[in-house]
Design a binder for this molecule. Sequence first.
Ligand code: KG4
Ligand code: ZN
Length: 345
Amino acid sequence: MKILGVETSCDETAATVVEDGVKVLSNIVASSVELHKKTGGIVPEVAAREQIRCIIPVIKEALSQAFRSTSLNPKGLVDAIAVTVGPGLIGSLLVGVETAKVLSYVWQKPLVPVNHLIGHIYGNWLQETKIDFPAIVLIVSGGHTELVLMKRHGRFEWLGGTRDDAAGEAFDKVAKMLNLGYPGGPALQKAAENGNSQAFAFPRPLIESNDLDFSFSGLKTAVLREIKNLRTSALPIANLAASFQQAAVDVLLTKTLRAAQKYQAHSILLAGGVAANQNLRNEFKLAVKKLSLARQLFIPPLAYCTDNAVVIASAAYFNFDQWKITPQKNKKQALNLKPDPNLRI
Ligand code: KG4
Ligand code: ZN
């Protein structure tokens, strides 16, 4: 089954053709990040305009790379269309959803609506298809920090999440305080490389709490307070970055291991943009090895941590039966599809 995937939830316009959930025939990602650098963050209206500008060329390129043909009429080549319906920015989401609806109608192919967060989880299947359930998944992105119990494909149970800032948001905001530019996550990781992670004793919010929730706004404020206390323009940036990063990773790791223990998980999965963080990846690998847990750790390749359409097509393939799509039903379902910026798991 060949699925055309479309992802436009934020500032990336992405399209792909994936065969049987894991064979990537094409993977096109256009990002408007350069425009957002000027404003130090995403302006939703600017992101949506860029989506409109890029969506058709990006889909065309994904189809022509996959099928080595310049015709935009892959009837008989594509079996279904998968599109991100939320969560995300409404203006951006609308562009992908409306485009996918039109293609589904014209080509008379099933349209599969995909939750962006579930999509992130499938970055793991692009690396390894033998993943034992139940699995505990830590989703860490710019807008989300969620712990999810995955009992099998299509069965996801939300266990906890952030009460305030998302992990990626905290990375971005602390990077801004340290004048590291935008996007903050990768810049902060780089700045932390030569820093001492013990230099500042930043708090680990909710690390001891019995629930599976997170909170990052106190940690972010602690960094701001420290910067003000230092009263110097020559900030110890590397040490501040490394100490913040360690505090964030400590909390994410501790809570994920606690969830894995509680639910007797066979696997631990990381997902989302922050899963690209090298320190987070290393600490998880080390912890799982050290505890010689009878659990396997899975981490998506870097390209499938941050936003892309491949994981959306893959999620649609592995969850296809969920939608019980029939040709008769699909037309109506597809035309009625609406994006949901606040979609949850
Ligand atoms: O999943 P994603 O690409 O988009 C959303 O769905 O939000 O995640 C973007 C987030 C941003 O906050 C970005 O700063 C963060 O992921 N990020 C990182 C790294 N690479 C991306 N955070 C820490 N370290 C990284 N290497
Ligand atoms: Zn994302």
